[in-house]
Write a protein that binds this ligand. Structure first.
Ligand SMILES: [Zn+2]
Length: 338
């Protein structure tokens, strides 16, 4: 069984399930834009010219996955993760603000974020017949105001503390993440570092989408992270940083399909040097899906795609599998066997 460390709620649900839900909401505005299942699925299947264009798919899904429908989608996600992805553990990330009602003003939406987190926590544990360990990671977002982002971190801290800081509790918030177009981080680095420091001081763990594309090279964020979301541009462009990453015991969350979909890499083969340099430097790598539903590519298949192309060998796959349990923020005990 597998441990999935990098999965976005907005990308975790199959387009078919999203569309079936839309059909039941008679007259949903998106049905005018997507009159058929095929048109809807084609939107998610295409390659994009940039990370920013790719992230539009999340914006679309966020219009469907709002507070009133979250329970339904989380229950589908948990069931699918156990039955079809063979997952024992998952850390699910999302930006709470984007799940609130957009007709409310900013202050009201900030208040409603707590309800979003609570709804997901409850939905995650509501099907004991599917024994998946779920943890939440709340994302601050490069397109949101400093006020919303600070409130997101404070909400994560509050939720974490209310669970008596027990990261092994199913459904609990364990960490914060930085997400959104990475080119927008640049003028906000101090703000982002302060948020990461605050989270850590209050017992949360940290990860961030960084070194994913050529626009996301921010070495000043690295010392404040427990794991590095993507990070593939470190071995590709700044391999001199790998030694410090190994010393700090940080793990890279590598999501192979994403880089081809965003146009960051031409083919999966480009990842061969990423894995080789990480293994040589003693840096742990966890293989993740990022958006398994949108990609229609489950975690076991991500591994298989790497294996059949000899991008990693079977021993390296075992090492990545163990790393994904060892670096999980809420997993206790030994890794599950493959
Ligand atoms: Zn991601």
């Amino acid at each position: 069984m597998f441990s999935e460390l990098h999965l976005h709620l907005g990308g975790a649900i199959l387009p078919h399930i999203l569309y079936s839900y839309l059909l039941r909401q008679q007259g949903h505005e998106l049905l005018r834009r997507f009159p058929t299942h095929e048109r809807f699925e084609a939107f998610f299947a295409k390659k994009h010219r940039s990370l920013e264009a790719y992230l539009q798919t999340h914006t679309l899904v966020e219009r469907i996955q709002r507070l009133h429908s979250l329970r339904y989608f989380i229950q589908r996600l948990v069931r699918g993760a156990v039955l079809f992805d063979n997952l024992a553990y998952v850390e699910l990330r999302y930006t709470p603000f984007y799940r609130t009602d957009d007709h409310l003003d900013e202050s009201q939406r900030i208040r409603q974020m707590a309800e979003v987190v609570q709804t997901i926590a409850e939905a995650a544990v509501s099907q004991p017949q599917y024994p998946l360990q779920v943890r939440q990671i709340l994302c601050v977002h490069s397109k949101l105001s400093a006020r919303v982002n600070k409130s997101t971190v404070e909400l994560a801290i509050g939720h974490h503390a209310a669970g008596t800081r027990d990261a092994s509790r199913n459904g609990s918030v364990v960490a914060i993440d930085i997400a959104g177009p990475d080119a927008l981080y640049r003028p906000r680095i101090k703000e982002l570092v302060d948020l990461l420091k605050l989270a850590r001081k209050r017992g949360l763990r940290t990860t961030a989408h960084v070194f994913e594309t050529g626009d996301g090279l921010y070495p000043e964020l690295l010392p404040h992270l427990d794991r590095i979301g993507h990070g593939i541009q470190v071995p590709l462009r700044q391999p001199n940083l790998l030694r410090d990453i190994a010393k700090r015991g940080q793990c890279l969350e590598v999501c192979p399909t994403t880089y081809v979909r965003t146009g960051t890499l031409k083919t999966l083969e480009d990842l061969r040097v990423v894995f080789a340099r990480c293994f040589d430097a003693g840096v742990d790598v966890a293989v993740c899906t990022d958006n398994s539903g949108i990609h229609q590519n489950r975690l076991p298949m991500e591994f298989e795609n790497l294996l059949v192309r000899d991008i990693i060998d079977f021993h390296q796959m075992e090492a990545c599998h163990r790393a994904a349990f060892r670096h999980a923020f809420g997993w206790k005990g030994e890794p599950r066997p493959l």
